[in-house]
Design a protein around this ligand. Structure first.
Ligand SMILES: Nc1ncnc2c1ncn2[C@@H]1O[C@H](COP(=O)(O)OP(=O)(O)OP(=O)(O)O)[C@@H](O)[C@H]1O
Ligand SMILES: [Mg+2]
Length: 469
């Protein structure tokens, strides 16, 4: 089957109408040719009939007057009344000889038809076929009246008629196609609006709605579109609310866990270390062989406190408000570099001043970076992770401008392929709450990149997600 993908619907329909019109034209032309051929045949048969009757009358007259010298056959009178261009009339005796014959001359003012048309017409209609009518006298056939037409004459006439029809068709077809194309363009104009609406929805503008249309079918599509857009907006709003709640719960849970670890576990470890020191003193005086065990307990407790400090650091970030975003991020990067012992290598570049940043903006950006670095280490197997934080002040100064955050790694695409977990979702929600934009691409061609833009004015004015900083 011929598939014409991507073609214009209006053009396609117009061409179909043109094809159907051409077919109709061919059928109508065929009908006219068949009809005119039938009429011509009936006329020739009538001429042969009239001639036969005239000759029978002449034969009767000769016998009645008993005058064998009278002229027979005498086709003059018949020929005078019926003769037409190209028409031939003759009397053929029983022996097959033509005794008398009249032929009307063919018209020469018409251009001859093309050979192909003449051959086809002759093949289809056989225009030179004879009409024969027997001439009977005293119940005996004495010969036959024969009429026929010079084939060139009906062929030329058919060509002439077809040419006229073709001329009409050649004028009417472009006109018809033009009118149909214009009508279709007008009728399908609302589809542009529908496409615009879909593109706006795809770009995230859920406020896009379609106006009512004149055509009932398109109006129904518009209604369904508006209904879907409304439901999508509600579902997204619900999802955003839920995610923000989850982020709050997660932050609260982390804060609680950090407090518990610090207050319970940390205190216990400190107590173990103090006890180990006291046991060491006692052992030094009373039982020196236990000194090594006491030192071992103190070392283990110190290691556990170190590990606990790292966990607390991750669970409860430094006070971004107090330290400032830049210093907090530098500390975070230093922590990662310390823990990863050179593989992967984390680098940070900070441009601009972040001192006047509202604490919630700083805390949210800190959390976003924290999650992105964890992902790079966890999923990508990266050897190098770079972070760039830039304050882009607007030329006019003031509060207008934006914060641009870019995190790139050189890792491989994750296995299995990307599925949005809580991390990416949380990042998106934090950025959305700050009125910013986030884009994340992984493994194209290698490495992942995260881009976050937070408008400064929105960052200063918005009411961002509360964050456990
Ligand atoms: N830097 C990265 N390189 C390669 N793939 C990544 C990277 N960051 C995220 N991904 C992919 O994106 C997916 C979603 O990440 P996300 O942080 O949302 O979830 P997670 O890390 O799997 O789980 P969670 O963060 O909830 O503990 C990951 O499972 C991983 O496949
Ligand atoms: Mg994650």
């Amino acid at each position: 089957m011929w598939i014409w993908s991507g073609s214009d619907l209006k053009l396609r329909l117009t061409l179909r109408v043109a094809a159907v019109s051409t077919l109709c034209f061919a059928c109508i032309s065929g009908y006219f040719l068949i009809d005119s051929d039938r009429t011509a045949r009936a006329r020739i048969a009538a001429v042969a009939d009239v001639a036969a009757k005239t000759l029978e009358l002449q034969q009767s007259k000769i016998q009645w007057l008993n005058n064998p010298r009278s002229k027979f056959p005498d086709l003059d009178s018949v020929a005078a009344s019926v003769m037409a261009p190209g028409l031939c009339l003759a009397f053929r005796s029983r022996g097959g000889e033509i005794s008398q014959r009249f032929c009307g001359g063919a018209q020469t003012d018409q251009a001859p038809p093309p050979l192909a048309f003449a051959a086809l017409y002759r093949h289809l209609f056989d225009p030179g076929r004879e009409a024969v009518h027997p001439v009977v006298s005293r119940d005996q056939v004495i010969g036959e009246a024969v009429a026929w037409v010079d084939p060139a004459v009906p062929t030329a006439e058919a060509w002439h008629d077809a040419g006229r029809l073709m001329a009409v068709f050649m004028i009417a077809l472009p006109l018809l196609c033009g009118l149909i194309y214009a009508a279709l363009s007008r009728a399908l104009r609302p589809t542009l609006l529908i496409r615009d609406g879909l593109e706006r929805i795809a770009a995230g503008d859920l406020a896009a709605r379609l106006p009512p249309f004149d055509l009932a079918e398109l109006s129904a599509i518009g209604d369904v579109f508006n209904h879907l857009a409304e439901r999508l907006a509600t579902a997204l709003a619900d999802r955003n609310a839920l995610t923000q709640k989850l982020i709050l719960v997660q932050d609260e849970e982390r804060r609680h866990l950090a407090r518990e670890l610090h207050d319970e576990f940390g205190q216990s470890l400190a107590a173990i270390r103090a006890l180990a020191a006291s046991a060491r003193q006692t052992a030094a005086q009373e039982c020196p062989p236990l000194l090594a065990e006491c030192d071992g307990i103190a070392r283990t407790a110190t290691d556990m406190m170190e590990t606990l400090r790292g966990a607390l650091f991750r669970l409860r970030p430094p006070d971004v408000d107090e330290l400032g975003l830049a210093a907090s991020l530098e500390g975070l990067i230093a922590g990662w570099n310390g823990r990863s012992r050179g593989a992967p290598r984390f680098e940070i570049t900070i441009a601009g001043s972040f001192e006047r940043l509202p604490s919630s903006v700083g805390a949210n950006l800190y959390r976003i970076v924290q999650e992105a670095l964890t992902n790079a280490a966890k999923h990508a197997g990266a050897t190098r992770v770079t972070l760039r934080l830039q304050m882009r002040e607007a030329a006019s100064g003031g509060n207008v401008g934006e914060i641009a955050l870019a995190i790139d790694d050189d890792g491989r695409p994750s296995e299995p392929p990307i599925k949005s977990g809580m991390g990416l979702l949380g990042m998106r929600e934090r950025v959305a709450a700050l009125g910013g934009r986030l884009s994340f691409t992984a493994g194209q061609p290698s490495g992942s990149s995260l881009r976050v833009i937070v408008p400064l004015a929105a960052g200063l004015d918005a009411a961002p997600v509360e964050c456990a900083a």
